[in-house]
Each structure stands twice: as C-alpha cells, then as structure tokens.
Ligand binder design. Structure first.
Ligand code: NAI
Length: 462
C-alpha cells in the first residue's frame, strides 16, 4: 500500500495546481485522475479548447470585416472545420501534456483511474488502496441540464458536445445567456450559424454590472446573435436530426418554439462528486450538492478537504487554483488566505468582458456611497487603430476614501487589463494611485488609467 502525505482527487486547475504546490512544499503527493489526460474539464473540454475556437473565429471575423480597410486585399479565408478542430485538439494536447511534465518535474505521482474514499486516510483507485494523511476532493463540476431535456451530445449538446460538432450547423439555439452560452454562441455566429439565445432572466450574464451587461448585449446583437430574454425553456424534442425548443414568455405566459440543427444547453453546472462515496463516509453537503467546508477547506470528516467547483463559490478555474494552493500551504503549516473579494471574472467573447469586486447594484444594495470613473475605448488611440473602440473601462471607488471597490471592463484585452485593478484592490489602492501611475502610450491600459482619472478631476481624452 503506497503512503502519501497528500492525495488530490481530480487533476483540474484546483487539483493539479494544489498537488504541485504540495510537492514543492516537501509533501509526498499524488493526484488521482481517471481521464486519459490531466487537466480536468478546463484543459480538456472547457476553457482551453473553447479559447482555441474563439481565437480562430476571431481571426476569421477580422479577415472578413477589417482586412480590406487595412489594405489587406484578397478573398477572406474559408473554414476548414476539421482542421480547426485539429488545431483545437493540438492546443489541448500541448496543455495537458504540459501538466504531465510538471507532475514529473515536481515528483507528483499520477494515480490513473477513478478515485473513491472508502474511509478517512484512504483513497481507492481501481483495485489499489493508497494511504494519505490528507485527502483533497477536487473533482470539479459537470453540466446541469433541465428537466424535459435529453442531451445526446450530437443534436442537443452541452459545452462538451459543442466543441466537437461533426459540422458547422446552419442554426443553433443556445439555452442560457451565461458565460458558456455566449462564448460558444459567439464562436458559431462567427462561423455563419444563425444563433438564437433563449434566456430566463430579462438580462444577459446574471450578476454582471447591469450597465456592462447592457452594452455587451448591444454588441452581441450587432454581431448577429438573436436573443429572447425573459423566456423559460420548457422542453426540447428531437426529430430527423433537428431539435425543437419550446419556451414560455415569463411576461404573458405565451408559448413559442424554435427548431434548429443544434441546441446548446448552457444553464449552469453542478458539483461532480459521483462515485466518491461521500454519503457513506458521512461528508456533509449543501442542498445544491456542494461539499460543505470550513474556512480551511476542511469537510465534516477529519483529514478530508474539498476545493474548487465541488464547493461553494464561483465556478472558475482560477478560484480553484487559488484554493488548491491555499489548501496545500495550510497542510504544510503556512497561513494562506484567498481573497474572495478580488476574484476576476472574464468572458472571452470579442470584445472581452471582465469584472472584479462590487457592481453598482451590489453597492446600492449595501447602501454604500460610491463614485464611477468611466472611460470609453473610443478615446483610446490604440483601440481605434484596432477597430476596437466599442466598450469601456468603469472603475467604482468609495465616494469618501477613493478606495477602488470594483471594476467592469468591456473591450480589447479586458481579461488582461483587469489584473492591474486586481493588484490595486489587493493593495487597498485608491483610484488616484492608478491615475498617478505612468502608463505606456499607446496601450489599451491607458483606458484603465483614464477611468481612474475620471474618478478624480477627470479623464484627459474624453
Ligand atoms: P451560468 O450560470 O453562467 O448561466 C446559465 C444561464 O442559464 C443563466 O443566465 C440562467 O438564467 C439561464 N437559464 C437557466 N434555466 C433556464 C431556462 N429554463 N430557460 C432559459 N434560460 C435558463 O452557466 P453556464 O454558462 O452554463 O456556465 C457554468 C459555469 O461555468 C458558470 O459558473 C461559469 O462562470 C463557468 N464558466 C466560466 C467561464 C469563464 O470564466 N470564461 C467559461 C465557461 C464557464
């Protein structure tokens, strides 16, 4: 029987990052993974493959819409779908292979197979039982469909099937205007698919700063996506390789239906803890199926911890990574801390949407006094040259102290620009601190500085 200090179950961003950190801190570490490759949902069937398709189709959009104006003449490229999927798969392979390399480098053992916890201190993988002082559940999440919908991953798909369709569909209905629906909906809209998004709420991207969501909605409509908001999907039926979505307006209860080649169900995800033996072990879970943990990621059973999508909080790879590192550092005797107030969220559409901290709505709800510094990318020289003037940077700062409370960006490289604000927030900076920091010209980052200036005496280029 192999003996370990720590065994992580699951090799997604939470498990693999935590395992590497644990090994770096001198703990004898293993990571259990039943998939053929490491990296979990994110690397295999989530963040990474979707980003490859987003990038490829953004290039196509650029060629179709902006090349001629830049003096780049000739026919726009046509789509070789099989090659685009091969490029996506190659990107995935490079990344999953990279984790395998990092495991070897850091001496993390990969225990191949699906793990379960027969009792505290033991992890069963296949027929083998391994001992571990600390066991971390890092098993992630899986798509949660709706009653009345049967997913076949061909005509009615989740994000997994949407990343490997046999051909580019002529029409697609996306159920849910959340992150997955809009990222993958954008991919297919750019490939020429007629995309219709049906969303239960009256706005897209629930929880997003309302002003930003409104602008985002406007830009997506301009890109050709159709939206039916305030509509609850009731049922999806399939016939002759087509699917029909029945939905009801929440306003007047009127019923409608749309038929399409493919239906993408993107109505959220739920923790994936099947087969771990949690209930036999007596591990407490929430109503939503998340594993209950304390502030140190400890479950109700001694020596068993949980992190990432398996516990409460935003289902984000980087949140799982931070928790993976924190749990490893805690076990090694350090005093780690994850600042849940500064976890950025990014939607990798074009333009990107990024946010961190409070929204105007959450600040109003708390009755807090705040000021808004907003700067349009229309005033940013670099963005204009790149045909990317649509969008803005919006910084929310405390009305009295000027401390940065949140930020919402929509525009070029928003997912990268947001980190300047994250660092500022981690250090408790004021908007003036960002405004007084010299920013190179001409960069997209200048728009961040301008928004910070707008929190004070005013932006220069507006
Ligand atoms: P989501 O929770 O972001 O959005 C689901 C949407 O479906 C909501 O707007 C909801 O109102 C709607 N909906 C639910 N039931 C409905 C019904 N019957 N009819 C119509 N609409 C309905 O979930 P999504 O997009 O599936 O993403 C799952 C998780 O994965 C999220 O936590 C997300 O943050 C994460 N994710 C993050 C990414 C990123 O950071 N870029 C990329 C992909 C996923």
């Amino acid at each position: 029987m192999a003996q370990y200090d720590v065994i992580f179950i699951g090799s997604g961003p939470g498990g693999y990052v935590g395992a590497i950190r644990a090994a770096q801190l001198g703990l004898k570490t293993a990571c259990v993974e039943g998939r053929e490759t490491l990296g979990g949902t994110c690397l295999n069937i989530g963040c990474i493959p979707s980003k490859a398709l987003l990038h490829a189709t953004e290039m196509l959009h650029e060629a179709e819409h902006n090349f001629a104006e830049m003096g780049l003449k000739g026919k726009a490229p046509s789509v070789d779908w099989a090659q685009m999927l091969a490029y996506k798969d190659k990107t995935v392979g490079q990344n999953t292979g990279g984790i395998e390399f990092l495991f070897k480098k850091n001496k993390v053992d990969w225990l191949k197979g699906w793990g379960s916890i027969p009792e505290a201190g033991r992890v069963k993988v296949g027929d083998e039982v391994h001992e571990a002082k600390h066991i971390i559940i890092a098993t992630g999440s899986e798509p949660s469909s709706l009653p009345g919908i049967e997913v076949d991953e061909k005509t009615v798909v989740t994000s997994e099937g949407a990343l490997k369709l046999s051909k580019v569909p002529k029409s697609m209905v996306v159920i849910g205007a959340g992150v997955i629906g809009l990222e993958l909906g954008s991919v297919y809209a750019r490939l020429g698919t007629e995309v219709t998004v049906v969303e239960y709420l009256d706005a897209i991207t629930p929880g997003q700063d309302a002003d930003t969501a409104k602008q985002f909605h406007k830009l997506l409509k301009k890109q050709g996506l159709n939206f039916h908001l305030g509509c609850a999907v009731q049922e999806v039926t399939t016939k002759n390789n087509k699917a029909t979505v029945k939905y009801k307006s929440r306003k007047d209860d009127s019923e409608s239906e749309i038929t399409a080649d493919v239906v993408l169900v993107a109505t959220g995800r739920k923790p994936f803890t099947d087969g771990l033996g949690l209930s036999d072990l007596g591990i407490e879970t929430t109503k939503g199926g998340q594993v209950k943990v304390d502030g140190h990621y400890k479950t109700s059973i001694d020596g068993v911890y949980a992190i990432g999508d398996a516990i409460e909080g935003p289902m984000l790879a980087h949140k799982a990574e931070d928790e993976g590192m924190a749990v490893a550092e805690g076990i090694a005797g350090q005093k780690p801390h994850v600042n849940y107030g500064v976890i950025p969220g990014v939607i990798y559409t074009h333009p990107e949407v990024a946010s961190v901290g409070e929204t105007e709505e959450s600040l109003k709800e708390q009755g807090r006094k705040y000021k808004v510094g907003k700067f349009s990318f229309m005033g940013n020289a670099r963005a204009k040259a790149y045909f990317q003037g649509d969008g803005f940077v919006k910084i929310l700062a405390d009305a009295e102290t000027d401390r940065v409370l949140g930020a919402h960006l929509i525009g070029p490289m928003a997912g990268d620009l947001i980190h300047e604000i994250c660092v500022a927030m981690e250090f408790g900076a004021a908007a003036e601190d960002i405004a007084r920091t010299c920013h190179a010209h001409p960069t997209f980052s200048e728009a961040v500085r301008e928004a910070a200036l707008a929190c004070g005496d005013g932006a220069i280029h507006m």
